[in-house]
Write a protein that binds this ligand. Structure first.
Ligand code: GLC
Length: 447
């Protein structure tokens, strides 16, 4: 049964036309046809499972997922129900922790954020054996991030590293270049925003980001801090580094933008709220993940063709650099699933090259399979993807590996300190000092 499942999901990596067209040598075709026959027999013998998968997908992600699941259902005879979730990763995590702690048997497959593996490892099945023929296709660092004490907790669906979205029409109109430092961004944002407002668009803003008190703010603020050479909150060796001058300078800089180049309401924005304002045409610059690229170029988007992407700007100081936080989503199988074999088949399918290519083309999500960065269709359809290979490879991980099961609390203390500062509730230096003490308490003798 098991070999059949793996062979089936491998076969599903070929589209019908690819398989039956002249692309494959005859011998290989004969071999695959005979494999397919045995797979059909095995699949036919297995019972049709009823699976459930959770999805907090943003944009048109739910529709995309449904389309992929329809193909899986047709190929396997299983049925899959989507359980829709809020798009906030923080809200999802809270719910999944409760469900898993209660041994919930209703959800078979979870879509998991890259930071969750160490915290939820005990609740998911080890996928090492099932995925042994395909793990080598993925970037090793991503597989490593999903491996906890030798257990492969989840299979990668896509990786994430943010971009600076900018309105190329507006930069051209005002003779400005794409900013490479935050100081340049601030000056250009202000100049264009003021001019556009004076010209009759009172809704125009300079820069939008994710400022709500949740995991997304941790991602944004880590980028500001790291871009100023202020470290990674907790370093890979477990040292708490956040209480430093560079980190404080970075956060104070952004506090100065709230109510000037960024709306006050930005402190309540998550990804979709900031994308909404940006995509209406009401911002010069926007920080978001690659999924906003295909949506921004959609046929119903007022800014289609008017924007482009660049790496996020660098800060100030001797260690200044452009910094992008590493994100990404994976697929994990609950150890409480009543149908683990079918659920594993689904996880393999959703992380397969076939689905990742579709995701890249339709959702502009970054693949985790290295070969797809050389795919001509992807490069032509979503040029951000090959251009983002280097950016995601240099992206900064959040400290989920060193802080293990305590990461969620670390992150929530960090985003609260930042949110307080952005809201005018204390300076960055004051809030980072308190944060450091709280993190020391949380750490105790060791993480
Ligand atoms: C994106 C990233 C994820 C991150 C989240 C924050 O979904 O892929 O890793 O935690 O944004 O909002």
């Amino acid at each position: 049964m098991w070999t059949g499942s793996v062979a089936l999901s491998r076969l599903m990596c070929l589209s019908r036309t690819e398989f039956f067209s002249g692309g494959f040598p005859m011998k290989l075709k004969t071999l695959l046809v005979s494999m397919m026959a045995s797979v059909t027999l095995v699949a036919g013998a297995a019972h049709a499972a009823e699976l459930s998968i959770v999805s907090g997908d943003t944009g048109n992600g739910l529709e995309f997922l449904r389309g992929q699941l329809d193909k899986f259902e047709a190929a396997t005879g299983h049925t899959v129900t989507i359980v829709p979730m809020p798009s906030s990763t923080t809200d999802q995590f809270g719910q999944y922790k409760l469900w898993l702690a209660a041994g919930n048997t209703d959800i078979d497959v979870y879509q998991t954020d890259v930071i969750w593996a160490p915290q939820l490892a005990d609740q998911f099945l080890d996928l090492s054996e099932a995925a042994k023929d395909v793990v080598g296709d993925h970037f090793p660092s991503i597989i490593e991030s999903q491996t906890v004490n030798g257990k492969l907790v989840a299979l990668p669906a896509f990786t994430d590293a943010p971009a600076l979205y900018y309105r190329k029409d507006l930069l051209e109109k005002y003779g400005k270049s794409v900013p490479t430092t935050w100081a340049e961004l601030e000056a250009t944002a202000k100049e264009i925003m003021d001019a556009e407002r004076a010209a009759g668009n009172p809704e125009m803003w300079g820069f939008l980001f994710q400022g709500n008190a949740y995991e997304g703010l941790t991602c944004n603020a880590l980028e500001w801090v790291k871009s100023f050479g202020g470290g990674q909150i907790v370093e890979p060796d477990g040292t708490i580094s956040i209480n430093n001058e560079q980190a404080a300078a970075a956060i104070d800089m952004v506090a100065g933008w709230v109510g000037t180049i960024s709306p006050e309401g930005n402190l309540a924005y998550m990804e979709e709220e900031s994308r909404g304002v940006w995509q209406l045409g009401n911002a010069v610059f926007h920080r978001n993940w690659p999924y906003a690229y295909s949506l921004g170029n959609g046929s119903d988007s007022p800014i289609a063709g008017k924007f482009d992407v660049a790496p996020l700007p660098a800060g100030e100081g001797p260690d200044a650099r452009s910094a992008a936080t590493l994100g990404g989503w994976n697929v994990a199988v609950s150890k409480y699933s009543p149908d683990p074999d079918a659920a594993i088949e689904l996880a393999l399918y959703l992380s397969s090259a076939e689905v990742q290519k579709e995701r890249a083309l339709m959702q502009s999500n970054l693949p985790t399979i290295e070969a797809l960065y050389d795919d001509a269709d992807i490069a032509a359809g979503q040029p951000i993807i090959p251009n983002w290979k280097e950016i995601f490879q240099n992206a900064v991980p959040r400290p989920s590996a060193p802080t293990q099961a305590k990461y969620n609390e670390v992150s929530s203390l960090f985003w609260s300190a930042v949110h307080d500062t952005l809201s005018g509730n204390g300076t960055a230096a004051e809030n980072l000092e308190i944060l450091e003490a709280d993190l020391e308490d949380l750490k105790g003798d060791a993480w």
